[in-house]
Design a protein around this ligand. Structure first.
Ligand code: HEM
Length: 725
């Protein structure tokens, strides 16, 4: 940019960088479909080769050595960022909590699973102030253990070891979080262009926070510690806390436990003015080397630290695990005061000296403890108060609830237990892990072939087998590895009643498969049979297109029971659209093509795979409700490229025939040849999707298309088979 202005337009040769950074090509069309999200975290961004297995690398790690190094680090205070009371425990726990706390159950995105705190925007969120120091303190350990320990795993493990070094026994630790190498493009952090702008609640009394967002202001992990929009009022804050923690799948009890267990140790920092802090890491000068929030006051650290602007510790002994949080909160009167930085906080009206914590850096000096507005909510909100009282009276119970909630917080987006790695994985099976029983059988190729033939003899339309297998698998989302065909939860509530699963058709297919299962000598799970039947039908459709191939099938899925299924939590996986089966629930306002791409991203599909699957499903007769819309073929059930061929054929023109209704009109006769939905037309109108559609419409692509469709099919069916990976 500067180069061009300096040259005054005289020199036609651009010196230096030839790529223009300031404007992304697509910014000209702000409403264009974002297909980029399908290609994020491409192999090209990864510094190691495609054959690197983080799983193998992690399993080679001496976890006990890492843990003892981390414990030693907690009390090894560095002059460049001195530890409060000689321990980094509080700082490391806050870092782990902020890494995990971005998780939202609505779309499964965010969370601790990717190490995304290293990148913008999270590395520079106002709420993450000074966590750049926490990460840099960890660098020697990351450097020492290298690729065998991801940043993502290290963040969580550091939080655990912080607790252990301070005397709290954690519930366990599982590794397996693979780092990403650039920020996610798929996470909606909110549309604001201003940090800490107005609260996202249009009305504090209403539940108006748009899903999937789980923070009330841009740049916060959850709520404003000073109160809604910075106005202290613990009851209003309680409402914000309840909504936002529920977005992270935490109930009231877990919420109180987490807040209290978190604030049992460490402190807030506000010994100076936040306004004087330098730019955040992403915006800071090069000599800051990735650090941000340079603090001009005094030493800039230690006793002078400015983070949130609040100042003080919550408990009597914040350098170690203790049980004074509820004692101080519940047994004292608290009044509103301002920190040295001018932030609202609560301090006790009166308190015995020995109940007060020592200053973090000046020996022998005691300070008033403080509470944020959120802590006060734990006392003032009636439901939270009851829980706080119970925890106060039964510290062992509190410890158990907190240990479990901390484990859930930091492990939820790692997915089911089959993805957990390492010797510290807890034995106990937890309902939020969506457990699926393991099966003991194997199937030979001959057995699979025989089963497929018998399944196709059943009185079920092949398209119904395909739809059922698809519906059982399509709930999978790679954002938190939930959903999928494994477990056969499509036969349980709430899934079997979901509108998108066409309950009546589903019932028919399930009844046929259950009877078939009962007649088998070998016990085979329904989850396997659902996928196998769909796969057999796909193979048959391929054969009808003249392509004979065996679609790989990996047996080994289990059938989960209702007791193993958290029905409420599964309701988040309910589809409101399925662009593959050409369905948009009436009343859903989002653009169908955006929903399609979002779903494809969650399923881990590339744009080409998404295109192949849409094109294939259109000709297989799997449209929702058996509709004709988007079926551009007169040979339904043949895995042909007809959808693409007709879509790109200039013999037809398009016209709109109503809401989400279009027709393909024969230019010569003027007759409507096929009817279409908006999603169908997008494959002809969006330049990128059209490129894929044209690719498959080429004369020599029929066989290749069948192969691609089948590969993508297997990818979807096996998306949740972590046991195979
Ligand atoms: C209810 C919502 C919460 C609010 C509003 C809140 C707010 C805050 C604030 C303002 C700070 C001070 C940061 C600083 O100035 O250094 C802080 C620190 C801290 N928070 Fe929270 N927090 C919440 C929940 C949690 C949870 C769930 C945990 C962990 C389970 C947690 C763990 C910590 C820890 C350990 C610190 C101390 C950091 C240090 O010593 O440097 N907080 N929190």
């Amino acid at each position: 940019m500067e180069q061009r202005s300096k040259s005054g337009g005289k020199c036609p040769v651009m010196h230096g960088a030839n790529t223009v950074q300031e404007k992304n090509v697509m910014e000209w069309w702000p409403n264009a479909l974002n297909l980029d999200i399908l290609h994020q975290h491409d192999e090209k961004t990864k510094p190691y080769g495609a054959d690197f297995s983080y799983k193998d690398a992690f399993l080679s790690l001496d976890l006990e050595a890492v843990k003892s190094d981390l414990k030693a680090l907690m009390t090894d205070s560095q002059d460049w960022w001195p530890a409060d009371w000689g321990t980094y425990g509080g700082l490391m726990i806050r870092m782990a909590w902020h890494a995990a706390g971005t998780y939202r159950v609505a779309d499964g995105r965010g969370g601790a699973n990717t190490g995304n705190q290293r990148f913008a925007p999270l590395n520079s969120w106002p709420d993450n102030t000074n966590l750049d120091k926490a990460r840099r303190l960890l660098w020697p350990i990351k450097k020492k253990y290298g690729n065998a320990l991801s940043w993502a795993d290290l963040f969580v493990l550091a939080g655990n070891m912080a607790y252990e070094s301070m005397g709290f026994k954690t519930f366990g630790f599982a590794g397996g979080r693979e780092d990403i190498w650039h920020p996610e493009k798929d996470i909606n952090w909110g549309s604001e262009r201003e940090w800490l702008g107005k609260s996202r609640y249009a009305d504090a009394s209403a539940d108006s926070l748009a899903n999937p967002l789980a923070a009330v202001q841009m740049g916060l992990i959850y709520v404003n510690p000073e109160g809604v929009d910075g106005n202290p009022d613990p009851l209003k804050t309680a409402h914000d806390v309840r909504t936002t923690f529920a977005r992270m799948a935490m109930n009231d009890e877990e919420t109180v436990a987490l807040t209290a267990g978190g604030h049992t140790v460490g402190k807030t920092h506000g010994n100076g003015l936040e306004a004087h802090l330098g730019p955040n890491p992403e915006g800071a000068d090069v000599e800051e080397q990735g650090f941000g929030w340079k603090n001009p006051k005094g030493s800039g650290h230690g006793a002078d630290t400015v983070t949130s602007g609040l100042e003080g510790a919550w408990t009597t002994t914040p350098d170690r695990w203790n049980h004074t949080y509820f004692h101080l909160l519940l047994n004292h009167e608290w009044e509103l005061t301002k920190s040295p930085a001018g932030a609202w906080q609560w301090e006790p009206v009166a308190m015995k000296e020995e109940d007060k914590p020592f200053d973090a850096h000046i020996p022998g000096v005691r300070r008033n403890p403080i509470m944020t507005d959120a802590d006060m909510a734990m006392k003032m909100d009636p439901a939270y108060r009851k829980i706080s009282q119970r925890f106060y009276e039964d510290p062992a119970y509190f410890e158990d609830v907190f240990a479990r909630a901390w484990f859930k917080l930091t492990h939820r987006d790692l997915g089911p237990k089959s993805r957990y790695l390492g010797a510290d994985v807890p034995q106990e099976e937890l309902i939020w892990q969506d457990p699926v029983p393991t099966v003991g059988y194997t199937l030979s190729e001959a057995e699979i072939t025989a089963l497929k033939a018998s399944l196709l003899q059943l009185d079920v339309a092949p398209a119904d087998f395909i739809s059922t297998a698809w519906d059982s698998a399509r709930t999978f989302r790679g954002s938190d590895y939930r959903g999928g065909a494994n477990g056969a939860r499509i036969r349980l509530e709430p899934q079997r009643s979901w509108e998108g699963n066409e309950p009546e058709r589903l019932e028919r297919v399930l009844t046929a498969l259950t009877e078939f299962q009962a007649g088998l000598e070998k016990k085979i799970s329904l989850a396997d049979l659902i996928v196998l039947a769909g796969t057999a039908a796909v193979e048959q459709a391929a054969r009808k297109a003249g392509v004979s191939l065996t679609v790989p099938f990996s047996p080994g899925r289990g059938d989960a029971t209702a007791e193993q299924t958290d029905a409420e939590s599964f309701s988040y996986l309910e589809p409101v659209h399925d662009g593959f089966r050409n369905w948009l629930k009436p009343g859903v306002e989002a653009k169908a093509e955006e929903l399609l791409v979002d779903r494809a991203q969650l399923m881990g599909l590339t744009a080409a795979e998404m295109t192949a699957l849409v094109g294939g499903m259109r000709v297989l007769g799997t449209n929702y409700g058996g509709t004709e819309k988007g079926v551009f073929t007169d040979r339904v059930g043949v895995l042909s490229t007809d959808f693409f061929v007709h879509l790109t054929d200039m013999a037809y023109s398009w016209k709109s025939t109503g809401a989400d209704s279009y027709a393909l009109v024969d230019r010569k006769t003027g007759e409507e040849a096929f009817t279409a939905s908006r999603v169908d037309l997008v494959f002809g109108s969006n330049s990128i999707l059209r490129a894929y559609a044209e690719y498959y419409a080429q004369d020599d692509m029929a066989e290749r298309f069948v192969q691609d469709f089948c590969r993508a099919w297997v990818k979807v069916m096996d998306a949740d088979r972590f046991d195979l990976k």
